[in-house]
Ligand binder design. Sequence first.
Ligand code: 5CA
Length: 446
Amino acid sequence: MRLSRYFLPVQKETPAEAEIASHRLMLRAGMIRQASAGIYSWLPLGYKVLKKIEAIVHEEQQAAGAIPVLMPTIQSADLWRQSGRYDDYGAEMLRITDRGEREMLYGPTNEEQITEIAGFGIRSYRDLPRILYHIQWKFRDEVRPRFGVMRGREFLMKDAYSFDIDREGARRSYNRMFVSYLRTFERMGMKAIPMRADSGPIGGDMTHEFLILAETGESAVFLDRDLADLTLGDAAIDWEDADALQAIVDRYTASYARTDDTHEAAVFEKEVPEERRLTARGIEAGHIFYFGTKYSKPLNATVTTPDGTNVPFESGSYGIGVSRLPGAIIEASHDDRGIVWPEAVAPFEVAVINLRQGDAAADGACEDLHGKLTAAGLDVLYDDRDERAGAKFATIDLIGIPWKVVVGPRGLKEGVVELVSRRTGETETLTPDAAINRLAALYGRA
Ligand code: 5CA
């Protein structure tokens, strides 16, 4: 992509309404534009990031055995009356009446809808377990939408729902999603720590929030420092091995980690030695929840058991804040010049910077690099604008591109360009072909 032909409305001024770094940077980098309170358009750069995040979520959900579907945003009030949530949900629910005076709503979540679908499509215990998910827009009329996409009114969520015949089955599905979340966030270059959440009237230990540590996070968190250092790595997971999955979950839930909702100071002090007690703030990136027969019972969604009786499904729901993640990732990864994207979710993987637009040698070398990097499968942004070098660096660093190939007449006389890392600032001088090979290897496209 040539920057001269792209749509990248970067802003020099810091927007007054933005209170936190990610909101400021997303507006300044031209990623989003507010349409109305808590509702945003995703401009090309933001949209690219959102799509990369979505792709990782899709891949990891399906790797863990979840099956993609797509349910509508507009739902009928009827199912919500059956579950009893139509009145409970209150003012957060956007209620709509159609021309036939039928009561509809813009879905804030999809438990009722998916339970109806599972009840229709799953008859026998032989058809279990199943996990169905979609990535779809939600609407919650939050009292105080704020921090840009982090607490929006319209937001994109991945929500998965599991269907099992008993609690043991539900635990296995829960563990699949738990481990899948660890992988999903790690792939995005993030550390999201599972913390015990409030299980409400259902009780039990099967509800966790996944929090990304960041100073501006909305939740206070209290945890054993050792947990913050745990990583899964890219070891293969056997999704059919229930014991192995349980072992991973046990490892991640063995030490104290809670948000302010469930924190108990006395337990924290008893369980965690003082030097390992970490008190910080975090952003909720995901939330997984076992809720048993809460929806299957009232909606009469049942399945036949081996002895021929009918029982309601045992279920859980598993959410990821897809449109919150660009903001959360920026909160955890930026500096005073701008965004520092992890490679896996960067809108462009490499920027080619022409230091002297109009110089025949520089223009030719940049065209060549742009073509060859693209052919190698890399997502390239070529800054071909007729601008000072300083302005080009400022833009590319603001929008957080992980690698820059810097091309100028002086270097080209020696046959070299510079490869610069956004994260470390480290610079390597090498031939254009060597730069292409290095980048292809870095991104695993070699
Ligand atoms: N039905 C369950 C799980 S499928 C559910 O709705 N859970 S939730 O309310 O916790 O939302 C799931 C995730 O969506 C949260 O962890 C958070 O990352 C994201 N989320 C929730 N509300 C908002 C919001 N107003 N703006 C942006 N993201 C949000």
